[in-house]
Design a protein around this ligand. Structure first.
Ligand SMILES: Cc1cc2nc3c(=O)[nH]c(=O)nc-3n(C[C@H](O)[C@H](O)[C@H](O)COP(=O)(O)O)c2cc1C
Length: 338
């Protein structure tokens, strides 16, 4: 299948299969692993516009990237157009990002109760004001990550597409589920196809990619300009490699590859936490290694998916707070699965 590069403003994504932003997962450690496996672009973790504006060190840490981690969007949320514009300007000034992305799809209570994220889909004129304010504030391209609607009685996918485009966004990424459904139920690719038809700006489709072969299927079924992968990339950075027809390696190699990827992921998380703790001179409850091991707990079940007797490891996870202890248990599991 011929896939064209995705271009918007100064951004060019050579192979537009990108990693979705996922709070709590897609930190620099996971993003760099996915980029190395072939992800076309990544998004920063979600940062609050108000936090950026207040110059909160913690918010800026959310925006940390690793050297060479590109192309990457600075992904921000908020309600107030001026706060979003100011935050976008600060994101631009870091010099770390290729474009600014506005979150208009997050359904979690903490965000929606502030009138931000998916709540903006109930008030499209206000969403338009945010996009316009941000566009006027920065010279980087601006994209919107959104959904096909909030619920059945709020503006629909085509009304959203129209406002996003007319307000000046350079690209839109659309999760093909209603916000009220969070991440459940089937993704509606038909709506992605209709949005593609109605838009002049490029659209990235998202939702319902479970296996590598779904990527080509989404391109073909919807005509979207790019595909975004979320949960299927957790514990599985290879998805960005496999879909291009990589030959299946033998099971032994796959298990060993998984072991090596886990070790590397953990190493990067430790480094990330060391950097974080050096930057912000506040007292931390956990050492960088302990913090990394705790963060890695959410990734491990995905890395060992399908492995025989993984329950032993998963049950011990809460007690494993150093890298050697985790890798020892992983090696026991790998030995059983070779
Ligand atoms: C744990 C988790 C965290 C997420 N965090 C964000 C986020 O911070 N910003 C955002 O726009 N979407 C977020 N999403 C939504 C994903 O980016 C994506 O749209 C969604 O998971 C659907 O894609 P998928 O079916 O490939 O997983 C999150 C999803 C998950 C599962």
């Amino acid at each position: 299948m011929q896939i064209n590069p995705l271009k918007f403003g100064s951004v060019e994504i050579a192979l537009p299969v990108v990693l979705a932003p996922m709070a709590g997962y897609t930190d620099s450690a996971m993003r760099t692993l996915c980029l190395e496996q072939g992800a076309g672009a990544v998004y920063s973790e979600l940062a609050s516009a108000e936090g950026i504006r207040r110059d909160s060190g913690k918010t800026f840490q959310v925006l940390e990237t690793a050297p060479g981690e590109q192309p990457i969007a600075g992904h921000i949320f908020g309600r107030d157009p001026q706060a979003m514009a100011d935050a976008a300007k600060q994101v631009e000034q870091t010099g770390l990002f290729d474009w600014v992305d506005l979150n208009c799809g997050c359904p979690v209570k903490k965000v929606v109760s502030r009138g931000a994220g998916a709540a903006l889909l109930k008030d499209l004129p206000h969403l338009g004001k945010i996009i316009e304010a941000v566009k006027n504030a920065v010279s980087l391209p601006v994209s919107v990550k959104t959904r096909i609607g909030f619920n059945q009685s709020t503006p629909n996918h085509l009304e959203i597409a129209k406002v996003v485009e007319e307000s000046g966004a350079d690209m839109v990424a659309v999760h093909a589920r209603l916000a009220k459904n969070f991440h459940g139920g089937e993704a509606d690719w038909g709506k992605l196809a209709e949005m593609k038809q109605s838009l002049k700006i490029p659209i990235i489709g998202n939702g319902g990619i479970d296996r590598p072969e779904d990527i080509a299927r989404m391109f073909a079924a919807t005509g979207v300009d790019g595909v975004m992968i979320g949960r299927a990339a957790i514990g599985n950075p290879w998805i960005f490699h496999d879909w291009q027809g990589r030959l299946e390696a033998g099971d032994t190699v796959v298990v060993l590859e998984r072991r090596e990827m886990m070790a590397e992921h953990l190493r990067r998380l430790v480094k990330l936490n060391e950097l974080k703790q050096k930057q912000l001179k506040i007292s931390y409850r956990y050492s960088p290694e302990e913090a990394a091991c705790i963060q890695f707990r959410t990734h491990i079940p995905y890395y060992v998916r399908g492995m025989f007797d993984k329950k032993q490891l998963l049950m011990k996870l809460a007690q494993l707070t150093n890298v050697d202890a985790i890798m020892e248990e992983v090696d026991v599991l790998v030995a059983k699965n070779r």
